[in-house]
Write a protein that binds this ligand. Structure first.
Ligand code: AMP
Ligand code: ZN
Length: 487
């Protein structure tokens, strides 16, 4: 089935047909987390949105190289500025740990959370500290081209000079005068020639923990630099999609484009995709505002704003019920509605295998299938897709109740819609089914163990019993048979 995907491109401010530079290959770079603390639910929304995009591109047959970095150095407090302490170093000092202990702890935590939400791992997950030499080379190149200057061991990007021949505000559609008017002049920025200039390389103070030698002395790279260096290394001068949360667009992504254009003459990505924010009472969820909560708090309900806990797939479903470019406000009522909706969908899915076919059909599953594709082709419109899947659920229930007839060919398509869109594209899992599977697997293991025992293969039967014991299950033999229980 030929599908024409349309994607909203921040760069042009319109929906455009998606035409990869080098089909069937697609290169996609998404800014990853700064691993100085636990990711909050807002961060998760952004990565779940890109997971949906990644999954749909793969469904369309593209071979996607998805690069998502880990920021483990260079991201300073205050995000946009070049002042303040490195977030990871600060946490390391506060907790008296090595910066790399902080990085390890929160990288592992991030991966765990991503797995719980059933997001697929990216193809490459490079770290800033693993690419210092690439970043130094990039600074050298920008200096050579004349778009940067050195002051006291730090290197700054010269925005006004760049803007003479290029459009610095191309991504957010603002001109330089506008941007200058709105720039705060912070104290301590005296080293910079212009208020919009930003650091490519920052001289390290003696007490700074994460620092490297460079042609300009000991220092560390600026945050924007790492993404330019790593996207270039793994995806080349130009690739298809660059993504991140919309909050990264005005500064981080604007500066990334300037760095790439200054060094190799090209805007790195043809499509810039930005996800909108998860909000709480209309305010962006963020650590610094103190309104963020962690995924596990939502799972357990252990947070003052939560009435109760919700399963990871309910949360994923809740997120996907909003379009990735709309804000999504978190609330107990909305979560309750998503919980009901998700269960309704899964209950229908569970009936699918038992449906009886007829010689005639009241159902046009092919049309429904095309509507599912149409929804996703319209800038990955997951809420419209979910509405179509509720229609699929209604059909399944009606066939099950004998109110509608379906023939074998249409049932096959219906099954395909569910497998493709519920599981592959939306990345949902049937949590109930997963729980139901465990007893079946355990019963099978117990049967195998009893067979070994009956064959007097005690080595094997003991191995199984001891192995189960180690992972928390106890076997009890009685006249009626063998029972297992959780220790
Ligand atoms: P950070 O670790 O702060 O660099 O953020 C990691 C990613 O999460 C970035 O792409 C941000 O744009 C995104 N992000 C931060 N807060 C939110 C939020 N409230 N909703 C959605 N995405 C967010
Ligand atoms: Zn980035």
């Amino acid at each position: 089935m030929e599908q024409n995907l349309f994607v909203y491109n921040t760069l042009t401010r319109k929906k455009e047909e998606f035409k990869p530079l080098n089909a069937p290959h697609v290169g996609m770079y998404v800014c990853g987390p700064t691993v100085y603390s636990d990711v909050h639910l807002g961060n998760c929304r952004t990565y779940i949105s890109f997971d949906l995009i990644f999954r749909y591109l793969m469904l369309l047959g593209y071979k996607v190289r998805y690069v998502r970095n880990i920021t483990d150095a260079g991201h300073l407090e205050g995000d946009a500025g070049d002042e303040g302490e490195d977030k990871i170093s600060k946490k390391a000092k506060l907790t008296q740990l090595e910066p790399m202990e902080i990085v390890q702890k929160y990288s592992v935590g991030f991966h765990d959370v991503m797995a719980i939400f059933n997001t697929l791992p990216p193809s490459i997950e490079p770290t800033a500290t693993g690419h210092i030499s690439e970043q130094i080379e990039l600074v050298k190149l920008i200096l050579e081209k004349g778009y940067a200057y050195e002051v006291n061991g730090s290197i700054y990007f010269d925005v006004e000079k760049y803007n003479k021949t290029q459009d610095y505000g191309i991504l957010n559609g603002r001109n330089l005068e506008d941007l200058l008017v709105n720039t705060r002049t912070l104290g301590g920025q005296n080293d910079k020639r212009g208020p919009l200039d930003f650091a490519l390389w920052i001289k390290a103070k003696p007490e700074h923990l994460m620092k490297w030698p460079s042609p300009w002395g000991v220092g560390f790279p600026g945050w924007h630099l790492e993404c330019s260096a790593m996207s270039h290394k793994y995806l080349g001068d130009q690739f298809d999609i660059h993504g991140g949360g919309i909050d990264l667009m005005p500064t981080h992504h604007t500066n990334e484009i300037a760095q790439n254009v200054a060094s190799c003459g090209k805007n790195p990505a043809t499509y810039w995709i930005h996800t909108n924010m998860l909000t709480v009472n209309g305010q962006k969820m963020s650590k610094s505002l103190g309104n963020s909560f962690l995924p596990y708090e939502l799972f357990t309900g252990e947070h003052s704003i939560l009435d109760r806990g919700y399963s990871p797939m309910t949360v994923r479903f809740f997120m996907l019920q909003a379009h990735y470019r709309s804000t999504l406000d978190f609330g107990n009522e909305a979560m309750e509605a998503s919980d009901k909706g998700f269960k309704r969908l899964m209950n229908a899915v569970a009936l699918l295998d038992g449906l009886k076919t007829s010689a005639t059909t009241d159902v046009d599953a092919a049309a429904l299938q095309q509507r599912c594709y149409d929804a996703m082709n319209d800038d990955f419109n997951s809420p419209v897709l979910i509405a179509e899947l509720f229609e699929a659920a209604r059909i399944i229930n009606s066939v099950n109740d004998g109110k509608l007839k379906i023939d074998a060919a249409n049932l096959e398509i219906l099954k395909n819609i569910i497998a493709t869109f519920v599981f592959d594209v939306l990345g949902l899992k049937d949590e109930q089914a997963a729980n139901d599977d465990l007893p079946k697997v355990l019963n099978l293991i117990v049967t195998l163990r009893n067979e070994a025992k009956a064959n007097q293969d005690y080595a094997t039967s003991d191995k199984i019993r001891d192995g189960l014991q180690k992972i928390g299950f106890q076997l009890k033999d009685s006249k009626e048979g063998t029972n297992w229980s959780k220790i």
